[in-house]
Unconditional design. Sequence first.
Length: 161
Amino acid sequence: MFIVTVTLSNCQAGEDFFEDNDPVSIAYKEEIKRYPIELKLSTNKKKLDKVEDLSNAINPNSLKIYDLNSTQKVLIVDVSNLNGLETSFVTKAIFFLNKNKIIRSRLVTINDADTVMDKNELILSVLNTAKDKKQYNGIVSFYNPFQEILQKNVYQNGKLV
């Protein structure tokens, strides 16, 4: 059996693990719950259903916290399937924090059959524009919170094509 050890680049300070009852984890989970409410207040009526769908699809218990290579942190959570997104193997929501407040968010779909590479690491390597995508083959798509496509990246052998 061949085992591959993946080492993250220096652009990522690391993943923070918190217990479910940890005050930091609780605060971030509350921030994730608050964000769709704030988003609803600033959007038009046509998009309210999309925000509600997103709010119901987010799994805050899957919360992982990462430092980007800037002053921002990013929260990554699992999302159950949303009707407005393409079919994918993995769907995640990412929330960008500045001073512990969510300043923007994205939905990410990952289409591949790779069970080895950690999907959060893949997202971070795209966000940090790391050159090495660990020989990744697949499609990573980014959407706004209203499930409108913003960007689609196709990778072969870790390189953007």
